[in-house]
Design a protein around this ligand. Structure first.
Ligand SMILES: Cc1ncc(COP(=O)(O)O)c(C=O)c1O
Length: 360
């Protein structure tokens, strides 16, 4: 059993992928070729925003977005301590300070009630992460941000395709960013990412930053990076996007089956809690267990992979180390969380096998 079975997906769309790659090889526009623009148009329509900007990774999406928002030294960005490092890393790379707040005990996303007390005169941005496939509580976050006149950037690397109050992730604040890392819900065969916005001016600036701050060839209006999405990745993503809505349905079927079976075990295992105004894409199926190491050992014995997303909250990682911060929920969840195999093609038989081990 694989943690994520990309082979099953590839078998399904191999012909389309080969056709799309062959087209790129034939026209030869490997950088910013027509497939990049075609993908951007399709994804913008899907998310329901005016602009999609294809970029080199989810990390670079965050970097470019924050460069466009002019985040820099002296600025503070309020974010969650319970995420993949890229979220806080990009803040610090720009010379700004990540201000970590605690998470909601049910969704593991940023707790909006913790935002106000973290705001100072230097707060320039609020950066929630929509973790494990479920959007952060964006209405509550946006309301506080509006009161203090601070922009909100959603890190939707794990939530592409999810909805919040019937609106898609990455269309819930001024800018949304996502990742096309192979294991993501919409993943390429290499690195990639995208930025979404309705703001004309920010879109123009971010398109320039993506190509060395260039407004036209060799005319540089600002500092930028080499942050483009490869044409070949766009071609692959176009083939994958065709089956993406169906894959989300399949992920939900798997997620629901896991929850049903785990609840039947009547154990102390805590399953993912999905808010009634949200749909999830189950980027991970993560449970809380009391004795994680023992459970991981049982899975290892049966050669079933598990992953811990994430064992150490960001405020306790060396680049941001601050053990004086009091974030008990993030620290508690980090000790108990473990992710089970999750992908659209996980069979009922495999789900049963996983649940039998959980029952031991
Ligand atoms: C929450 C979150 N933010 C950002 C990233 C960075 O994305 P990428 O790996 O495409 O740079 C990831 C990827 O794992 C992520 O999970």
């Amino acid at each position: 059993m694989d943690f994520i079975d990309l082979k099953a997906q590839q078998d399904l769309i191999k012909d389309n992928i080969n056709i799309n790659i062959a087209k790129v090889l034939a026209h030869g526009h490997y950088v910013m070729g027509p497939e990049v623009y075609e993908l951007e148009n399709k994804l913008a329509e899907y998310v329901g925003v005016k602009h999609c900007i294809g970029v080199s990774s989810g990390s670079d999406a965050l970097l470019i977005a924050m460069m466009a928002l002019e985040i820099g030294p002296g600025d503070e960005v309020i974010t969650t301590s319970f995420s993949f490092i890229a979220t806080a890393e990009m803040i610090k790379i720009l010379g700004a300070k990540p201000v970590f707040i605690d998470i909601d005990s049910q969704t593991y996303n940023m707790d909006p009630q913790k935002i106000s007390s973290a705001i100072t005169a230097n707060t320039k941005l609020i950066l929630p992460v929509s973790l494990y496939g479920q959007c952060a509580d964006m209405d509550a976050i946006n309301a506080i941000a509006k009161f203090y006149n601070i922009p909100v950037l959603e890190d939707g690397a794990q939530s592409f395709g999810a909805t919040y109050n019937d609106k898609k992730s990455c269309n819930l604040s001024i800018i949304g960013c996502t990742s096309f890392f192979p294991s993501k819900t919409l993943g390429g065969y290499g690195d990639g990412g995208a930025i979404f916005t309705n703001d004309e001016c920010l879109a123009k600036v971010m398109r320039e930053i993506r190509v060395h701050g260039q407004d036209r060839r060799y005319s540089h209006t600002r500092l930028g990076i080499n942050g483009r999405l490869d044409t070949i990745q766009a071609a692959i993503l176009l083939a994958k996007f065709k089956i993406f809505p169906d894959e989300i349905l399949k992920r939900n079927k798997v997620g629901k089956q896991y929850t049903l079976r785990i609840k039947e075990l009547q154990s102390s295992i805590i399953t993912p809690q999905i808010r009634s105004n949200c749909t999830t894409v189950y980027a991970q199926y993560s449970i809380l267990v009391d004795d994680r190491e023992q459970l991981i050992g049982k899975f290892k014995k049966e050669s079933i992979p598990t992953v811990v997303h994430y064992p150490v909250p960001l405020h306790l990682q060396l680049p941001f180390y601050n053990n004086k911060l009091n974030l008990p929920i993030a620290e508690g969840v980090a000790k108990k969380i473990v992710s089970l195999p999750m992908h659209p093609y996980l069979s009922v038989k495999d789900i049963e096998k996983v649940c039998q081990i959980l029952a031991l």
